[in-house]
Design a protein around this ligand. Structure first.
Ligand code: XMP
Length: 527
């Protein structure tokens, strides 16, 4: 196992992710762990330690210090950024302070042919230096190597960008191998955990299932747990995992707000209640939601109502389960970063997402968040390992307020029913049409696709008669992070089929348009 000590960098979780990708079990702990803890790790088979970066300076009096024992355990240590500076400072080198920071792309010359970097180069200069393309973020830097260390890498602005004491297995880099901008980052981390630490690399998602189950059992003991199941990937995977751990002591509450996709409620009940035997309370709260939403046109007001009603319905159900001591949530790592940003004011709240952090304040329950360390694609792999249907696990994301933000302006049941059917036609055809070049369906080639209901009427002609009906817009985007997105170049035959099917099959809609706006300046959703 590998131990990652966290000194507070934004990207520490990425180190864990890369180590998992290398097929190695790792644990992430705060940077000031005790000596007892370190000794215990050693007895559990610790093979190496990685010290993360930090937003702090190694000079700050209140910045976490690397425990001295880390360098005496006899296992290899890799210091990253702040981790490198701490290593230098604590082993007798020098760090020089700078109050301007430097971020971004850099080319690093790698020297000395250390085990860590040997042959992991993008290209080699005529003088024989290997070049690595990396992502740098530094203010302070090491200005003098500690005794026993040799220079491993340098850049123009940072003469000591990497150092190594190979006899003791100590390596350190100023750049960030864990971010994807560092082209050879995964190779460097693989080299560290496999070749230098001697980890085998046979750890897989199924082994994570066993560990996660054990952790949940220890955490909740004999208590009961309640979980708000939305049918989305995260809460579904959390439900499947917790059910595997504690069986009937988990109760899920599935609130149908009347703004779900076609047949979604039935599918959730089939997968969880019938196939997996999960205890589910299915609350059909359509009337209640529609009542509160009547006449409300403002998008943020609609989101707030849906969020508030959801909490209320959930609370009523939770109160009936008097034995439940834990509230489980499918919070995943990007949610943790996002809500941390919202709290510190770093990220501007452009839209209020009601599904993150809305529940716990009002309920007197302890929080259970078994997916907190995982990234979306890891959550999906976990879902498959738990036996959830791939069709559910690889579904496009669906917003908490559901069709409530896909019906422009005031929401009502008639509009929701029309939209549900149009959306279902679109999704079916995206799944049906296979792209000959990639052999993938257009559903898999898009990151998110859906129909939007426009409450305006336009004139059409059908048979001998004139129609005066509503418009549906199709939206399909390609994106890797949902922060920016391009509209998807769907083939014309696909658009033609979807359009004709919707107009023929969904009475009340006589016009279909395709949204060709990218984000920014448009957003993915229409509200
Ligand atoms: P936008 O529209 O902001 O969407 O480009 C980015 C991603 O966020 C989803 N989204 C939401 N998810 N509650 C959610 O749970 C919301 O209120 C909400 N609004 C947008 C959207 O579907 C897309 O994936």
């Amino acid at each position: 196992r590998i131990l990652i000590l966290d000194y507070g960098s934004q990207v520490t979780q990425l180190i864990a992710r890369r180590v998992r990708e290398a097929g190695v079990y790792c644990e992430l702990h705060p940077g000031d762990v005790t000596d007892e803890f370190l000794k215990q790790q050693l007895s559990l088979g610790l093979k190496g330690i990685i010290l993360s970066g930090s937003h702090a300076s190694a000079y700050d009096a209140d910045s976490l210090k690397v425990p001295g024992l880390v360098f005496e355990l006899g296992v290899p240590v890799l210091g990253i950024c702040y981790g490198m500076q701490s290593m230098a400072q604590q082993l007798g080198g020098e760090v020089s302070y700078s109050d301007h920071r430097e971020f971004g792309y850099a080319e690093v010359r790698a020297r000395g042919h250390t085990r860590l970097l040997k042959d992991i180069f993008d290209f080699t200069t005529p003088e024989g230096h290997g070049i690595l393309k990396v992502w740098m973020s530094h203010g302070d830097s090491v200005s003098q190597l500690p005794p026993g260390f040799k220079l491993m890498a340098s850049t123009e602005s940072c003469p000591i960008a990497g150092m190594a004491d190979e006899d003791r297995g100590f390596y350190a880099v100023q750049f960030h191998p864990e971010v994807t901008h560092t082209v050879q980052g995964q190779a460097i981390l693989n080299r560290f955990v496999h070749d230098i630490c001697g980890c085998v690399g046979d750890w897989t998602m199924p082994s994570y299932v066993d560990e996660a189950i054990e952790k949940i059992r220890q955490q909740v003991g004999d208590d009961e747990v309640i979980l708000g199941l939305s049918g989305g990937v995260d809460s579904s995977v959390a439900a499947a995992l917790i059910h595997r751990a504690i069986g009937d002591r988990l109760t899920c509450v599935f609130v149908d707000h009347g703004l779900l996709r076609l047949n979604e409620g039935a599918q959730v009940m089939e997968t969880f209640a019938q196939n997996m035997g999960v205890k589910i309370i299915h609350v059909d709260a359509t009337e209640q939601f529609m009542g509160k939403l009547a006449g409300v046109a403002d998008p943020e007001a609609k989101r707030k109502i849906i969020g508030k009603e959801f909490v209320e319905v959930f609370q009523v159900e939770a109160a009936k389960l008097s034995k439940a001591k834990w509230l489980a949530q499918g919070t995943i790592y990007p949610d943790v970063i996002e809500s941390a940003g919202a709290k510190t004011g770093k990220a501007v709240a452009i839209k209020s997402h009601h599904n993150v952090g809305g529940l716990p304040d009002t309920l007197n329950l302890k929080l259970l968040e078994p997916l907190r360390e995982l990234f979306k694609d890891e959550v999906r792999k976990l879902g498959v390992a738990l036996g959830l249907p791939p069709g559910m696990v690889y579904r496009h994301p669906f917003p908490g307020p559901g069709l409530g933000v896909r019906i422009l302006g005031a929401v009502n049941k008639e509009f929701a029913d029309l939209l549900r059917r149009a959306d279902d036609v679109f999704i079916q055809e995206l799944r049906n049409m296979i792209d000959p070049d990639t052999q993938k369906s257009w559903y898999d080639l898009t990151s998110q696709a859906f129909a939007v209901f426009l409450p305006v009427k336009s004139v059409g002609v059908m048979g001998d008669g004139r129609t005066y009906d509503y418009v549906v817009a199709l939206r399909a985007v390609q994106t890797s992070d949902f922060m920016t997105a391009d509209w998807a170049p769907l083939p014309y035959p696909l658009l033609a089929k979807v359009s004709s099917r919707i107009i023929n099959e969904v009475r009340g809609i006589n016009r279909v348009v395709y949204d060709v706006s990218s984000k920014p300046p448009a957003t993915i959703e229409w509200e």
